[in-house]
Design a protein around this ligand. Structure first.
Ligand code: ADP
Ligand code: ASP
Ligand code: MG
Length: 405
């Protein structure tokens, strides 16, 4: 009998009725398959918990943050198990620690170190449906950890790899991966297939339909991922290895990310070792830096700007203010009203002039580009946040990604 790992996201389990709906879908699949079902916290529960913490302190201890965040998923596993019991099915809920998901000690963004899914295997052998709390694990210090926002996707993919499942199905509120966020671009097109690298880039650049690390994991272990709708039956998007023909399209998708903040260190002395000191200080606070721009130096001074996740900017700024004083910088300023828009496609490897077309499209809308970064298969621009949606729509048109008439 095939083994399937299914994952249902927050909006799919947002209330009691929706949990019953998921139970019915699970019951249908259970007639012909062994099933592991990973669930997220209900609706916007995790956002609510983050907000609650921020009303207590702007800098909660990451360990306590994980204690708080891990509660969300635990509610859903119990309720879904109950819903399956009422349908006469055997089901057992397991937390991240119970399913043997072990992580490092990086609270709130822990990485999976190993999975020992013996309990899940035994339950499957006993004919039970295994319901797993996504997003959480246990560190080697025996502490609860969480895997970063959107981390239930990673739990699902990692369990699929560990259990050698036939497929990992990600059920969500859209019926697949689109050429752009379908909630912003009405004529976005569903992609029947997308290559791991492309999906990884889209996810890293803001297409939150899959968590980036889950795609990385899927690629590494060759897990077949199928993104599809909780509410509709149509086939969704298969995330798989690159196939010939995929490169014929230059740009596959447009993404945007409004979760970053820009920090600038003004009038820093321009001499060897300064960048190492500045970014070393940020790294010790466990903050991941994304784009970096350093200006041309004038009279021995320069400005350095970079982007960080919005939730980390207070910590980054504190670190920078200290180091800024040490190295003799004038001041540190931050700007949360920025967004990153990107074009992604494996076809870019073999086409030139793609970036120029992107810049021209933004300029036509009167949108100023503050930062640029490129990779082999993506170009990203940081722009003012208020133009994010306009930029995405205009790029979607420019690269002719809309539905065929
Ligand atoms: P879940 O709660 O199921 O994990 P998410 O909210 O994390 O769902 O992800 C689904 C959302 O991702 C969609 O509602 C959609 O707005 C957004 N999204 C962004 N970019 C894309 C894209 N390219 N294709 C599909 N959905 C996208
Ligand atoms: N509940 C967590 C979050 O909202 C994990 C997830 O839904 O994937 O980020
Ligand atoms: Mg998600």
């Amino acid at each position: 009998m095939a083994l399937i790992v299914q994952k249902y996201g927050g909006s799919s389990v947002a209330d009691a009725e929706k949990i019953k709906n998921v139970a019915r879908r699970v019951a249908e699949s259970a007639t012909a398959h062994q099933l592991v079902v990973v669930v997220s916290a209900m609706g916007k529960t995790t956002d609510g918990l983050v907000g609650l913490a921020s009303r207590i302190t702007p800098t909660p201890e990451p360990r306590e943050m994980d204690m708080l965040l891990a509660t969300g998923e635990q509610v859903t596993i119990a309720l879904l198990a109950m819903a399956l019991h009422t349908l006469g099915l055997k089901a057992r809920s397991l937390t991240g620690p119970q399913v043997g998901l072990r992580t490092d000690r990086a609270h709130t963004k822990a990485r999976i170190t190993r999975i020992t899914p013996e309990r899940a295997r035994a339950a499957l052998e006993a004919g039970e449906i295994v319901i797993v709390a996504g997003f959480q694990g246990l560190s080697d210090a025996d502490e609860l950890t969480t895997l970063g926002r959107g981390g239930s996707d990673l739990t699902a993919v990692a369990l699929a790899a560990a259990l050698k499942a036939d497929v990992c199905e990600i059920y969500t509120d859209v019926d697949g991966v689109y050429t752009a966020d379908p909630n912003i671009v009405p004529d976005a097109r569903k992609l029947p297939r997308v290559a791991y690298d492309e999906m990884l880039e889209m996810a890293s650049l803001g297409a939150k339909v899959l968590q980036a690390r889950s795609v990385e994991f899927a690629k590494k272990y060759g897990v077949a991922v199928h993104v599809r709708s909780t509410f509709k039956r149509d086939p969704g998007t298969l995330v798989t290895r690159e196939e010939s023909g995929m490169e014929e399209v230059v740009v596959t998708g447009i993404t945007h990310d409004r979760s970053q903040a820009k920090i600038s260190l003004l009038r820093v002395p321009d001499r060897p070792g300064i960048a190492a000191q500045v970014f070393g200080a940020v790294a010790t606070k466990n903050v991941v830096v994304d784009m970096i721009v350093q200006n041309i130096s004038r009279d021995g001074f320069t400005d350095i700007s970079f982007t960080v996740p919005r939730g980390d900017h207070v910590r980054a700024q504190t670190a920078l203010e200290e180091i800024g004083r040490t190295v003799g910088a004038e001041k540190v300023v931050h700007d949360e009203r920025v967004a990153k828009v990107s074009i992604v496609g494996v076809g870019m490897r073999s086409h030139s002039g793609v970036a120029a077309r992107m810049f021209a499209a933004l300029s036509k809308e009167g949108i100023n580009i503050q930062m640029i970064s490129t990779s082999e298969i993506a170009v990203s621009c940081v722009i003012e946040d208020k133009y994010a949606e306009l930029a995405v729509r205009s790029l979607h048109d420019t690269f002719e990604l809309g539905r065929e008439p």
